[in-house]
Design a protein around this ligand. Structure first.
Ligand code: 5AD
Ligand code: SF4
Length: 387
């Protein structure tokens, strides 16, 4: 059922045409644009959406990204780390639920105890098999493993790859150096940890090692302009990534950028200056930000029709149907959360994280029924890689 073709989309593409697409406002035109993107997804990737069970292994992070709720400097966060047993149990749930893949995501740490633990866990997850396979083919199915654990040394990436993790997600967050430096700390020791060059280099290294490599950006950041987003699209293409996850920036009150947002949002009188200083996207309302995120998904599907594009959880903060709308605009991956309820609420990258009271089974049922209503089939028990 989930057949695909290979090939390429929008042959020549330039900054201006991408920016024009992102500025589109006519509803009928937008509707056509989304449905063309959806058709491209059908043609190149087939009708199915693929699931990756998301395991939020820890909210301990050495970094201090100015937008993120679990940044090291936020002392209001109750830090946690899942036990090996919990991680393996959640992975087993994902496998039994038919997800085909898991993502281990967590704050960035580079100590040996951490990196060796991940190696061990990856090796254990590779060995898991379905508890009660329904058909013969499922007997041999092992989980695809994606890691989303920040920047690491080349030898650590290699160790994790050799252990059996085939995919790595490392969002560039903002592909232009200027914007990147505005949303990350620029002083002291923190400065060295948040280097734009290292970030871009890391994405290249991951590809070279052989990972199916994913990246992505946030949409609606302070200081961001349409042109930045257009450049992000071209960056994804230049880097030749296999997967992209992008979602709206959602302010978190206990972060420097979140504080800035909430302060400026109330100051209507200075709106014009705010726009000049902080960019034209920072004060978009939820409806506008969701629309812009959908446009990014649709443009990317036109530009890179064969890759995996995630309908990210942050979209669901802006609207209960945010992720489903992204699927209709060309996305083909969803990452249902399978993290233990006891800690799910502590992994707060942004305010208003959806579904924190739903356990993994409730999350699965709700998604399944939403997708059924839309007539989108789910690629059960398969990894859903494009190559
Ligand atoms: N809003 C939206 N996304 C965020 N992330 C971190 N903080 C926020 C926020 N406030 C995203 C980053 C990171 C991913 C794990 O979560 O893009 O790469
Ligand atoms: Fe840490 Fe990632 Fe948050 Fe940055 S975005 S503070 S690296 S968890």
């Amino acid at each position: 059922m989930c057949k695909k073709e290979t090939g390429s989309g929008w042959g020549e593409v330039d900054l201006l045409s991408v920016e024009q697409a992102l500025r589109m406002t006519d509803e009928a035109e937008l509707g056509r644009f989304y449905s063309e993107a959806y058709d491209l997804k059908l043609k190149y990737r087939g009708p199915c959406v693929y699931f990756r069970g998301l395991i939020e292994i820890s909210n301990i992070c050495r970094k201090n990204c100015l937008y993120c709720g679990i940044r090291a400097g936020n002392d209001k966060v109750k830090r946690y780390e899942l036990s090996d047993h919990q991680v393996l149990e959640e992975a087993q749930f994902a496998l039994d639920a038919g997800y085909g893949s898991v993502v281990l995501q967590g704050g960035e740490r580079s100590d040996k105890a951490f990196t060796e633990r991940i190696t061990r866990l990856v090796k254990e997850i590779v060995k898991l098999r379905k508890s009660a396979p329904e058909t013969e083919g499922e007997r041999d199915l092992s989980l695809g493993i994606t890691l989303s654990l920040g920047e690491q040394s080349l030898s650590v990436y290699k160790e994790w790859y050799d252990a059996g993790a085939g995919r790595y997600l490392l969002r560039v967050e903002a592909s232009g150096r200027g914007l990147y430096d505005k949303i990350h700390p620029v002083a002291g020791r923190d400065r060295l940890l948040h280097s734009y060059e290292c970030r871009v280099k890391a994405i290249g290294e991951l590809k070279e090692i052989g990972f199916l490599t994913g990246t992505g950006v946030m949409i609606g950041l302070p200081f961001q302009r349409y042109e930045d987003l257009a450049r992000d699209i071209l960056f994804f293409r230049e880097m030749g990534v296999d997967m992209v996850g992008m979602g709206p920036y959602i302010p978190h009150g206990d972060t420097p950028l979140g504080e800035l947002y909430f302060r400026l949002k109330g100051d209507i009188s200075g709106e014009r200056e705010v726009l000049r200083e902080y960019g034209e996207l920072f004060l978009l309302n939820d409806v506008e930000k969701l629309e812009l995120s959908l446009k990014m998904v649709a443009v990317l599907r036109h530009v890179m029709p064969h890759i995996n594009i995630a309908a990210t959880t942050a979209l669901q903060v802006l609207s209960p149907e945010g992720r489903e709308r992204a699927l209709l605009a060309g996305a083909n991956i969803i990452m249902p959360n399978v993290t233990d309820l006891s800690v799910k609420g502590e992994y707060n990258l942004y305010d208003g994280k959806p579904g924190v009271a739903d356990d993994a089974e409730a999350t699965r049922q709700r998604l399944e029924s939403n997708l059924e209503k839309l007539g989108i089939p789910i690629g059960w028990d398969t990894r859903g890689d494009w190559r």
